[in-house]
Design a protein around this ligand. Sequence first.
Ligand SMILES: CC(C)(COP(=O)(O)OP(=O)(O)OC[C@H]1O[C@@H](n2cnc3c(N)ncnc32)[C@H](O)[C@@H]1OP(=O)(O)O)[C@@H](O)C(=O)NCCC(=O)NCCS
Length: 157
Amino acid sequence: MPPYVIRLAQDEDRYPLAYLFAAVAEERDGIATEPPVDIDARAARWTLDETIVAESAAEIIGSIHVGGGGGHGFGELGMMVAAGWRGRGVGSELLFAAIESARAKGLHKLSLSVFSHNAAGIALYRKFGFVEEGRRVKQFRRQSGELWDAVDMGLLL
Ligand SMILES: CC(C)(COP(=O)(O)OP(=O)(O)OC[C@H]1O[C@@H](n2cnc3c(N)ncnc32)[C@H](O)[C@@H]1OP(=O)(O)O)[C@@H](O)C(=O)NCCC(=O)NCCS
């Protein structure tokens, strides 16, 4: 695989991020959003100063977003890696950078919610010290009609 860099998101990443998000939504597996994704709306919506991206050969191959906890000291994390790049450490590099950035900003905790079947996600978060704090049973109704559990995880920084 070609090399990649981890960096802060910038304005020209908006559409590449939106297209990556739409592709991951098409999988109907890892993230809550399912198709259709409104690309223009999604591109406009990124909070760039809360987003770190992985870029390879001028393509966005992954991202991590840490949203503010309304001034309460925690950050809510969401992330994705392009399907062809998974299992190669990109998610780990993104999460490492997000944890460092959260510490530098003075947050005391990172939180996230992950589907209970998402073995790769849960393994990644555990690897960085996140612990399971609870389970929201049949929380997400999917377009298929299935009801999926979400596991809440947290990392004290
Ligand atoms: C979850 C996700 C971000 C992980 O990204 P990634 O780049 O594949 O992660 P890494 O390659 O750094 O792997 C991290 C760890 O996860 C584990 N892992 C990776 N793929 C795995 C798999 N298929 N099954 C079980 N564990 C797996 C490994 O323990 C790995 O650490 P190690 O290689 O040091 O042992 C990626 O799979 C993804 O984008 N999925 C779709 C969207 C999604 O689920 N987002 C998260 C929503 S909460």
